[in-house]
Design a binder for this molecule. Structure first.
Ligand SMILES: [Zn+2]
Length: 117
């Protein structure tokens, strides 16, 4: 699906699923780029933990500010020598196991309902 749909998570954010260019990047399953929440797989195959992980990056952006989030993220990548020790990733990996809140579950379901088969 190319066109994004907005969801109850935030009207400001747009989901994209089955993103072609991501399939060519090894191990890249999900990424948040500004207001775009992107997944490499079709909506029905997005694991809830991955969905929750990417939403956590959305919440980090909202909490810290978008520009600051990306500047911090780059700084952390250097300071903590990569992805595994980046505090934003540590937080997202911890919280990805939290149960989906109602609005998050709605977002995942509406994504699945709106995805073409
Ligand atoms: Zn992450």
């Amino acid at each position: 699906m190319r066109a994004g749909i907005s969801t109850p998570v935030s009207k400001e954010f747009i989901f994209h699923t089955d993103v072609d260019w991501m399939k060519r990047v090894p191990k890249l399953l999900g990424i948040v780029l500004g207001k775009h929440i992107c997944f490499s797989m079709p909506a029905e195959f997005i694991p809830p933990t991955l969905f929750r992980h990417e939403l956590e990056h959305v919440y980090q952006q909202i909490r810290d500010g978008r520009v600051r989030f990306y500047l911090n993220y780059i700084y952390y990548q250097i300071r903590y020598r990569g992805y595994d020790n980046n505090p934003y990733e540590i937080e997202a990996y911890e919280k990805q196991h939290f149960p989906l809140q109602e609005s998050e579950e709605q977002a995942l379901w509406s994504l699945r309902e709106n995805s073409p088969h």
